[in-house]
Design a protein around this ligand. Structure first.
Ligand code: FE
Length: 217
């Protein structure tokens, strides 16, 4: 099956957070949609392996921060590529306690607070139906779309010499390494230093893991 058409679907970039006892928990998500208008309900998809999924089923209360295009890669990688199970993602972050939830306030358009009213099994993921209890707009900066994240923050510039990029794609001799955590590709033919010659403390620019997490393609 060709899945190319799915690339035309639009998504945003969000951080969903909750609190269990005194522990702040949260993760990056891209699937949040409003599914009813009166006394509105949101649908949110979270992977079952995600610690936030597990905790949210217990706490049933969450905040969703809507990231703006000014959100840093550091914020995104922290909430996207590490687990609240063993990391305090809120350390050195600007968050506020609102309705006893840790709401991420850095580079957001606004936030939504709600209560989980149902969890629907969707094989690898769960769909959380969330009744909205409170929303606030914080900034009128443009919200970050998933496409913006993929195209702008991963350093792929759609405006910059597209024919040059196409020529590179056809270079089957290029030596490339892929991060097994986030999927980032290091292409020797596009970099000043070959992957093999990078220092031992070099880290993935997206998710900050070491060279040992990369595999040769
Ligand atoms: Fe990575």
């Amino acid at each position: 099956m060709n899945l190319d058409a799915l690339k035309a679907l639009s998504y945003g970039m969000f951080i969903i957070t909750t609190r269990k006892d005194t522990k702040n928990v949260g993760c990056l998500i891209n699937t949040v949609m409003q599914i009813t208008s009166k006394n509105p309900i949101l649908a949110v998809s979270i992977n079952k392996e995600n610690y936030t999924n597990e905790v949210l089923k217990e706490t049933k209360k969450c905040a969703i921060s809507i990231l703006s295009t000014t959100a840093s890669m550091d914020l995104i990688s922290k909430f996207g590529y590490s687990s609240s199970r063993n990391t305090n993602k809120f350390e050195n972050r600007n968050y506020q306690n609102i309705q006893e939830l840790p709401v991420i306030m850095d580079d957001i358009c606004g936030y939504i607070i709600g209560e989980v009213i149902q969890v629907i099994d969707a094989e690898t993921h769960d769909i959380f139906l969330i009744r909205i209890q409170q929303t606030e707009m914080i900034s009128d900066t443009a919200p970050m779309t998933y496409k913006y994240y993929q195209e702008e923050l991963k350093g792929v510039s759609p405006k910059n010499a597209p024919t040059y990029q196409e020529a590179k794609k056809e270079n089957n001799n290029a030596i490339r390494y892929q991060c097994t955590i986030c999927g980032y590709i290091y292409d020797n033919s596009k970099e000043k230093i070959n992957f093999e010659d990078l220092p031992d403390d070099w880290k993935c620019p997206i998710c900050k893991v070491g060279k040992d997490k990369f595999v040769k393609l």
